[in-house]
Design a protein around this ligand. Structure first.
Ligand code: 26Q
Length: 765
């Protein structure tokens, strides 16, 4: 679908006049942004409406996080009008690029939230009826700055420029009930466009409000104070996204958020079904639900509750749930598997807790299997509730699903062998190549046409053409690097010569992801160069990561790397060969700039810990080699592109498991003076340690009951071997061919493939 440019211009002018009393020549950036967005919304509205009312079975993707990033460029591209709009604005002296100041919608933490966003776009593109349901947080993931090397957090006022891409639907508001509080849930709908597609999905995010508008008269009455408090609590539910990634914090407000979101979504849906006089027993014919990890799993007992209230028996309601719920697991880490106290649940949502107990009873009856439980010792295990009721449960990469089957969920697998399946993650090639790297996309178009935009496996057709693309590829990468360097200079005040190798690790900060391993290698190179014992081609080590504000060790790692950056960049003997930068406030928009400019993609988690990873796929798609472990989707990247075209090191899952049993990092340190030197910077005054956090970081790697849980020290030597090999290869023709071969092999990692697999194997649509 493509709008008529003239119609768009007329709509735009109408909005500028009516809403801002201005015109194209005089509008400011903010007015222009809102008006352009609204004009696109208005033009696309009939298509959106038609998509909703096509009578097909729909999947509802329940997720506490949707990391959408900035909408405007992606939407204009997907609608096929980005060039027309750019030209139109130019005619009146504006530049589309000015909208880069618009805040990201960062209503998610990392991989899990971004995956949800990629899947919505891919489903719309592929004509799969998929809608997202979540929470409209007033503040998204915090904005990060560094002060004296320490992370500081500020509120993320993502609505600062307005939210022209959403529509508030008061008509569909519902009331969510807690034992102590009633809350009005008001939906805001955002259209999700597909690339060159008539299918438009909907992202419905719920906002919490007081049930009644605030009543000042109530101050004079007995209940005045309570009313005021309720008003306050009601708004608070959606105040802010919990900034944790792969760690669970058992906060009651978080529980309220989870119940708020699923209850509102299901009340809304059941009300619609009733309005259409549907038999609720047949609900699975029209809907299915995908639970994005355990965060929305309360949807299961909530639907049981609602359906029984509507007259179904428990068995009938349970049957509906079995047929409609499915569950994706994104982690094997014990600290991320959600558990809630029975007491908290029975206090807050007693009727829902009763349904959980009913599920536990039914599980015992059905299986008699003592190893399987949902509630034990007054703790509710949310993943187990999902494992029991969901029709299908999926892991997010082959290796990850294997571990789930063999270990984490072994007993469940034995009981329900058909339930667990794998669907390897994917990314949308529109945002992660077409939009962020238009020059490379055009180069590919010139070789094989544009079909790959929606059939990414066609990239394989590039394979015979790679040698002839080499010079253009190098030039484009060089230009992207220069742009990124200029941006980093502006934002971070650090100079990176574009001719340097760009070695990049960007992802959430977590011990298992091992930013520390990368940091120690940087120190290894630093001392090697300083003492004239080794040489490397000039390299910039680029980091980006947010640490959960309550995650002490993660914050210590940020401080560590920032101090290394100050040491290296400030040393005139070394800085001609090395630079280090930790970019502030890494987010989706920063990622778009970084991914197209990287020479090395660092994917160095301890084997078995990263369920999949998705930034690894983004780098690959932009023609970047992976320096990584055999973990998550890295394994499949090697299968597709050849291990010999990437740089693989470190313990495998099996080795890691064996080593961990009787592991003593101190012995390894004693045998490796260069490693010891690097580690000692944390305690010998080489790096300033005002708070003692570097000492704590040192201790976590070397002492105590279980030192170095993530085998940083164990993998260090092999990591250096692989990294030095990569740096030696860099710049040779063989090296550039590896980059291109990775690009040409990235077809599997399209989110289009993933959503089609969900539609066929799970949703049956
Ligand atoms: C749970 C309870 C209470 C508070 C917070 C949480 C919580 C929040 C976020 C638990 C986990 C997360 C996020 C997990 C996540 O992003 N996992 C990543 O999912 C990606 C998509 O599948 C994978 O590629 C990554 O490997 C995985 O780490």
């Amino acid at each position: 679908m493509k709008f008529r440019a003239k119609a768009f211009e007329e709509t735009l002018c109408g909005i500028l006049a009516a809403d801002y009393a201005t015109d194209l020549a005089h509008a400011n950036k903010r007015e222009l942004y809102n008006a352009v967005s609204k004009a696109a919304m208005r033009e696309a509205y009939p298509m959106w409406q038609a998509s909703k009312e096509n009578g097909r079975k729909r999947c509802k993707y329940f997720s506490a996080e949707f990391l959408m990033g900035r909408a405007i460029f992606n939407n204009l591209m997907d609608l096929g009008i980005i060039d027309d709009v750019r030209a139109l604005l130019q005619k009146y002296g504006h530049d589309l690029g000015e909208f880069e100041e618009v805040e990201d919608a960062a209503l998610g933490n990392g991989g899990l939230g971004r995956l949800a966003a990629c899947y919505l776009e891919s489903a719309a593109t592929k004509g799969i009826p998929l809608d997202g349901y979540g929470i409209r947080y007033r503040y998204g993931l915090f904005r990060q700055t560094f002060e004296q090397g320490f992370q500081h957090e500020e509120g993320d006022d993502w609505l600062k420029w307005g939210d022209p891409w959403s529509v508030r639907v008061d008509r569909d508001a519902v009331v969510v009930e807690f034992s102590d509080l009633k809350v009005r849930a008001v939906p805001y709908d955002t259209p999700v466009f597909g690339y060159g597609s008539d299918t438009v999905g909907t992202l419905r995010l719920w906002s919490s409000e007081p049930v009644q508008a605030f009543d000042f008269g109530a101050f004079n009455e007995m209940q005045g104070e309570r009313k005021a408090e309720e008003n306050f609590n009601a708004t608070k539910i959606c105040d802010v996204l919990y900034p944790n990634d792969n760690t669970m914090v058992g906060k009651i407000l978080r529980l309220r958020q989870q119940y708020f979101m699923v209850s509102a979504s299901l009340l809304d849906l059941v009300r619609k079904e009733k309005a259409e006089k549907r038999d609720l027993r047949t609900l699975p014919e029209r809907y299915c639900f995908q639970l994005n990890d355990t965060h929305p799993v309360l949807a299961i007992p909530e639907l049981l509750r609602i359906l029984q209230r509507e007259g179904l028996t428990f068995d009938e309601a349970f049957d509906v749930c079995r047929k409609s719920f499915n569950f994706t697991n994104h982690t094997i880490m014990a600290e991320a598997l959600e558990k809630w106290d029975s007491l908290a649940l029975s206090d807050l949502i007693p009727e829902v807790y009763e349904e959980i107990l009913a599920c536990q009873r039914r599980l015992t009856q059905e299986t008699g299997n003592k190893k399987l439980f949902i509630v034990r010792d007054n703790v509710v295990h949310m993943a187990n509730l999902a494992l029991y009721v969901a029709g299908k449960v999926n892991g997010v990469a082959e290796l990850h699903t294997g571990i789930l089957k063999r270990e984490t969920f072994r007993d469940w697998c034995a009981q329900y062998p058909e339930k667990l399946i794998n669907i390897t993650n994917g990314i949308t090639p529109r945002r992660w190549l077409l939009l962020n790297n238009p020059e490379l996309a055009a180069l590919i178009d010139a070789e094989i046409g544009k079909n790959w935009h929606t059939e990414l496996s066609e990239l394989a057709k590039l394979k015979p053409h790679l040698p002839s693309m080499l010079e253009d590829f190098k030039r484009i990468k060089g230009e992207n690097k220069a742009k990124l360097a200029a941006y980093i200079k502006e934002k971070e005040g650090i100079e990176i010569p574009p001719a340097f190798i760009f070695d990049v690790q960007v992802k959430r900060l977590h011990e298992y992801k091992r930013q520390t391993l990368n940091a120690l290698s940087v120190l290894y190179f630093y001392f090697g160069i300083k003492e004239k014992k080794l040489e490397i081609p000039p390299t910039a080590f680029i980091f980006g990561a947010k640490a959960a504000p309550g995650y002490y060790m993660a914050k210590a790692v940020i401080k560590f790397i920032n101090e290394i950056a100050a040491l290296v960049n400030g040393d005139p003997e070394v800085s001609p060969y090395m630079r280090v930068v930790f970019v502030q406030n890494y987010n989706v928009s920063y990622a778009e700039k970084i991914v197209c400019a990287a020479d090395i993609s660092e994917q160095i988690s301890m084997a078995g810990m990263e369920a999949s990873g998705t930034s690894n796929m983004k780098f690959m798609l932009n023609g970047t080699v992976t320096l990584g472990t055999m973990d998550g989707a890295n394994v499949e990247i090697c299968e597709e592109a050849g291990r010999e075209n990437n740089y693989i090191f470190g313990a495998t899952v099996e080795e890691a498991e064996a080593v961990s049993r009787f592991y003593c990092p101190r012995e390894l340190i004693a045998q490796n003076p260069a490693l010891e030197r690097a580690l000692n910077t944390m305690i010998d005054g080489t790096l300033p340690d005002e708070t003692g956090c570097l000492k704590k970081l040192y201790e976590s790697l070397t002492t105590g009951h279980a030192p170095d849980r993530y085998l940083v020290i164990y993998d260090f030597a092999d990591y250096i071997r692989a990294k030095e090999e990569l740096l030696r290869d860099y710049g040779s023709e063989a090296f550039w061919m590896k980059c291109l071969y990775n690009l040409a092999s990235a077809g599997k990692f399209s989110a289009d493939r993933s959503v089609c697999a969900y539609a066929e194997q799970i949703w049956k649509i």
